[in-house]
Design a protein around this ligand. Structure first.
Ligand code: NAP
Length: 529
C-alpha cells in the first residue's frame, strides 16, 4: 500500500529532519519554467560533518550485520521503493520533464537492483573468502595459516546524477552497492530533483529504522554551489566517493580527493559517445534497419543518457544512403521534448553549434521546439577526415543529437576507432562477410571501452553479474571497476588477511567448519568448504 510522503524540504541527517542553515531552493518544472513547492533546505559544512560523524558511528555495527540481516534490509528498501513508485514517479516527472510511466518503470527496475544486491549479500560472495591452510612441513619454509575476506571500506559519499532521477540518484546503483558492501552512505542530492530525492531518502530512512539499524547508515544532504560537494569530499571520515555527471565536475572532485592528506578513491562516471561501427556487409544488408533502430535508442530519455549511441560510423558504399535516409526519417518523427534543466538545455545548444562549427552538416531535424526548455532532435553528418581532424566532434553532446560519420573505407574506420577516447560502450554491426574486419576492430575497441555490443544497441542495459558500466578515461576515472551491475560492490570493499589465528578468534566466514556454508577458495580449490 502506498502512503504519501509529506515533503518537508528538510535535510535527512540520520533520523533527524534538519532545517536550512545556508538558504533554500525550490525545484523548477523544466516544462513550464515554474517553481514547485515546497522550499528545500540547503546545508553546509556543519551538516556534512554531522552526517559523516553519524555514518562513522554506524559503521562498525552496520558493516558487521549478519549477511541475512543486511540482505533483509536491502529487500525492505526494495519493497518500500515499489510501494512509493507512483508518488515518486509523479514528482520526478514534474521535476525532470520525463514521462511518469518511464519513471515508474525506473523505480521498479531500481527495486529489482536492490533485490539482486540482497541476493549477492545473502550468498556471501562479496566476502570472496580465500583460505590457505597451514603447511608446517613445507620446504624450504613452513607456511602459516592465511585466511582472507573482503571488508567494507567505511562511509561512502554518493553524488546523484541528474538524468536518471531514481536509478542513478538517491536510490541508484551506487547507493545500493555501497549499502550491500556494508558501507553507510551520505548522498549529495542533485538539485535538479530535490522532491524526488527526498521521497527516496525517506524510503531508505524508514527501512533503516524498521530494520533496527543505526540511524547513520543513511543521510541526504543538499547545498548551494560547489561548497557542499567540496566539504563532502574533504571530510576526514569519508572513505570513498562516487559521482555521475560532467567530466569537469567529476575531475574537479577527483583531483580534490587526491589532494587530501589521506587521498580516497573517487569513482566517477562522466562521458561517452558510445560509437557504433557498421561494417560493409551489415550496411549493405541492414542499413535502413540499423539507422532507424539506432536513432530510436538515441532518443531515449531525450538523448540524456550516458549510453546514448551518439556516433554512427559507416563506410560510404552500398547501404549508406538507406542508413542515412532511415536515420533522418526517424529523427523527423522525433518530437521536441523537455530537457532536464535549463543549464543542460543550454549546454545542448552549445554542443550542437560546436558540431556544426566542427564541419558537420544538418541532415535531419525533429519537430520544432514549442517551449524554451525543449530539445530538438538533430541528425548531423560529417566525413571521417573531419572527425579525425576535430576532437570536439568525438565528444559528447548531451541531448537528442546523433552524428553520422561517412568513411572512405575500412582502413579509415580503424583509424577513426583508434582516435576515440575511453568509452562506456562501443557497438559493432557485422554480418558473415565482415568477419575479418570485425576481428581487426575488436582489439581496438577492447582497449577503449568497457562493453562491446554485437548486432544490437547499447540501450537498454542489463543489470547483472556480467554487466560492465565503466571504461577507460574519460568514461570513468578508474577503468578497473563498474558502477552498474553486481560488480559495482567491488569499489567499496578491501581485502584483510588473518594470519595464524586460532579458529575461535576468526570472523565466522573464515572459520574452519565454514559455519555460514559460504563459497570459498580453500587451498586454491573453489567450493562450499
Ligand atoms: P554536473 O554538473 O557534473 O553535476 C553533478 C553533481 O555534482 C551535482 O550534484 C553538482 O552539484 C555536483 N558538482 C559538479 N561539479 C562540482 C564541483 N566542482 N564541486 C562540487 N560539486 C560539484 O552534472 P549534471 O548537472 O548532472 O549535468 C551537467 C552535464 O553533465 C550534462 O550536460 C552532461 O554533459 C553531463 N552528464 C553526463 C552524464 C553521463 O552519464 N555521462 C550524466 C549526467 C550528466 P550542483 O548541482 O550543486 O552544481
Amino acid at each position: 500500500m502506498s502512503t504519501r510522503t509529506n515533503l518537508t524540504g528538510e535535510l535527512l541527517i540520520g533520523a533527524a529532519g534538519v532545517a536550512a542553515t545556508a538558504g533554500t531552493m525550490k525545484a523548477l518544472d523544466p516544462a513550464t519554467g515554474e517553481f514547485l513547492e515546497p522550499e528545500f533546505a540547503f546545508g553546509g559544512a556543519a551538516e556534512v560533518d554531522r552526517a559523516l560523524r553519524l555514518a562513522d558511528d554506524a559503521f562498525d555495527a552496520y558493516s558487521h550485520t549478519s549477511l541475512a540481516g543486511r540482505a533483509a534490509f536491502l529487500d525492505l528498501v526494495a519493497d518500500k521503493l515499489e510501494a512509493a513508485k507512483d508518488e515518486l514517479a509523479a514528482r520526478a516527472a514534474l521535476e525532470t520533464g520525463l514521462p511518469a510511466a518511464q519513471l515508474e518503470s525506473e523505480a521498479v527496475r531500481t527495486a529489482g537492483v536492490f533485490r539482486r544486491f540482497a541476493d549477492v549479500v545473502r550468498a556471501g560472495r562479496l566476502l570472496q573468502v580465500s583460505v590457505d591452510t597451514a603447511q608446517p612441513d613445507r620446504l624450504p619454509a613452513a607456511r602459516m595459516d592465511h585466511r582472507l575476506q573482503k571488508v567494507a571500506l567505511g562511509p561512502v559519499v554518493v553524488f546523484g546524477a541528474s538524468n536518471f532521477p531514481i536509478s542513478y540518484s538517491v536510490l541508484g546503483g551506487d547507493t545500493a552497492s555501497a549499502l550491500a558492501a556494508g558501507c553507510p552512505v551520505v548522498v549529495k542530492a542533485h538539485n535538479a530533483h530535490p522532491g524526488a530525492s527526498e521521497i527516496q531518502g525517506r524510503v531508505i530512512r524508514q527501512a533503516v529504522a524498521e530494520s533496527g539499524l543505526p540511524e547513520g547508515v543513511f543521510s541526504l544532504v543538499r547545498g548551494a554551489g560547489n561548497e557542499i560537494g567540496e566539504a563532502l569530499v574533504d571530510h576526514p571520515l569519508v572513505r570513498a566517493v562516487t559521482f555521475t555527471g560532467s567530466e569537469a565536475g567529476g575531475m574537479a572532485l577527483y583531483r580534490r580527493a587526491q589532494r587530501r592528506p589521506d587521498p580516497v578513491p573517487v569513482f566517477t562516471e562522466m562521458t561517452s559517445v558510445n560509437p557504433t561501427f557498421v561494417l560493409p556487409a551489415a550496411l549493405a544488408a541492414r542499413g535502413a534497419e540499423i539507422g532507424a533502430g539506432l536513432v530510436q535508442r538515441a532518443m531515449y530519455n531525450v538523448g540524456q543518457a550516458c549510453l546514448k549511441p551518439a556516433v554512427l560510423l559507416a563506410v560510404d558504399g552500398p547501404g549508406f544512403g538507406e542508413l542515412r535516409d532511415a536515420a533522418a526519417a526517424e529523427i523527423r518523427r522525433a518530437a521536441a521534448r523537455t530537457m532536464l534543466t535549463p543549464g543542460i538545455h543550454d549546454a545542448y545548444t552549445r554542443g550542437t553549434r560546436r558540431t556544426e562549427d566542427g564541419g558537420a552538416t544538418l541532415v535531419g531535424a525533429g519537430t520544432d521546439p514549442v517551449r524554451a526548455g525543449d530539445g530538438q532532435a538533430l541528425l548531423f553528418e560529417v566525413t571521417g577526415e573531419r572527425l579525425l581532424a576535430e576532437p570536439a566532434l568525438r565528444e559528447e553532446t548531451f541531448g537528442p543529437a546523433v552524428l553520422l560519420v561517412r568513411l572512405t573505407g575500412v582502413e579509415q574506420l580503424f583509424e577513426v576507432a583508434r582516435a576515440f577516447r575511453g568509452q562506456l560502450s562501443a557497438t559493432v554491426q557485422a554480418d558473415g562477410a565482415d568477419r575479418d574486419a570485425a576481428e581487426r576492430l575488436l582489439p581496438i575497441l577492447e582497449r577503449r571501452t568497457g562493453r562491446i555490443v554485437f548486432n544490437a544497441f547499447s540501450i537498454p542495459q542489463e543489470v547483472s553479474h556480467a554487466t560492465t558500466h565503466g571504461g577507460p578515461f574519460p568514461a570513468t576515472s578508474d577503468s578497473r571497476f563498474t558502477s552498474v551491475g553486481m560488480g559495482a560492490i567491488e569499489r567499496f570493499v578491501r581485502p584483510v588477511t588473518y594470519q595464524n589465528f586460532p579458529d575461535d578468534l576468526l570472523p565466522e566466514p573464515l572459520r574452519e567448519a565454514n559455519p555460514l556454508h559460504l563459497w570459498r577458495l580453500v587451498d586454491g580449490e573453489p567450493g562450499r568448504h
